[in-house]
Design a protein around this ligand. Structure first.
Ligand code: 6PG
Length: 245
């Protein structure tokens, strides 16, 4: 695994660097296996990146007809709710790009429970296996070309929160999670570590100076951090990139 960390003065600079990396991975993935699969993250940090991707020069660099968009996690709210990760990505990006509707793989929070939503999303991943990179599937886990992640002030990532039972999940690809202590206090659905760690490139976008010391602990004392911070358990076999602002 190669780990890269870059610090920027502003979120705008971080988002520009992230957009460039997004394009490079997209172009390389289509060259390698004729598709580009990406799992988007939620929260507020990635919004500016998503807006960048809908502008030139990124808009026309990305092979949208061969791109498949998934989510790393979702809040169990309606898809048009202000707290919905899908709603944020839809407003900032999806409504502005020529992405085929069938390539938008939303976590269906309209189902009767978070558990049913998680099961349905795992089925979605299984049904989409043909667009993932076949050559590097380990134990049939779907291998994303790019996984975007954020990190909260408690070291959570996706919807993997400290002390959550889902931290130990090694069989399921998608799981419902208990209501976290952080806002919004709603149940979530999240990809689990087997899928996150199979990602070919995992890109953390972290904004907020109060998180920098936590990132430093994760990178300099990974064993200790592993116990405390869920983000420390993300160890993809290939490329791990941290962009901080
Ligand atoms: C979510 C995200 C979550 C987010 C972090 C950081 O659904 O909230 O997936 O993991 O990435 O909480 O959020 P900010 O980028 O807004 O600080």
């Amino acid at each position: 695994m190669t780990t890269k960390i870059q610090q920027f003065q502003t979120l705008h600079e971080l988002s520009t660097a992230a957009a460039e990396l997004f394009c490079q991975v997209a172009e390389q993935s289509v060259k390698e296996h004729d598709h580009f699969t990406v799992a988007l993250s939620g929260g507020s940090t990635p919004r500016l990146l998503y807006e960048h991707l809908s502008w030139e020069p990124y808009l026309n660099r990305i092979p949208w007809p061969k791109t498949h968009i998934f989510w790393g996690d979702e809040r169990y709210v309606a898809s048009d709710h202000p707290d919905s990760n899908f709603a944020m990505a839809s407003q900032a990006l999806i409504q502005h790009i020529p992405l085929p509707a069938e390539h938008i793989h939303r976590i269906q929070t309209e189902l009767a429970s978070p558990e049913q939503t998680a099961e349905a999303y795992e089925t979605t991943l299984r049904n989409c296996l043909s667009v993932f990179d076949r050559r590097s599937q380990q134990n049939n886990v779907p291998v994303f070309d790019l996984i975007l992640l954020g990190m909260g002030p408690d070291g959570h990532t996706a919807s993997l929160f400290p002390e959550s039972p889902v931290l130990e999940e090694q069989a399921r690809w998608v799981s419902a999670t208990p209501v976290p202590k952080l806002n919004p206090p709603v149940q979530r659905i999240t990809l689990t570590y087997p899928v996150l760690n199979a990602g070919k490139t995992v890109l953390f976008l972290v904004s907020g100076g109060e998180k920098h010391a936590l990132v430093q602990q994760i990178l300099e004392h990974p064993q200790q951090a592993w116990q405390k911070y869920p983000a420390a358990r993300v160890n993809p076999s290939r490329n791990l990139v941290w962009l901080l602002a």
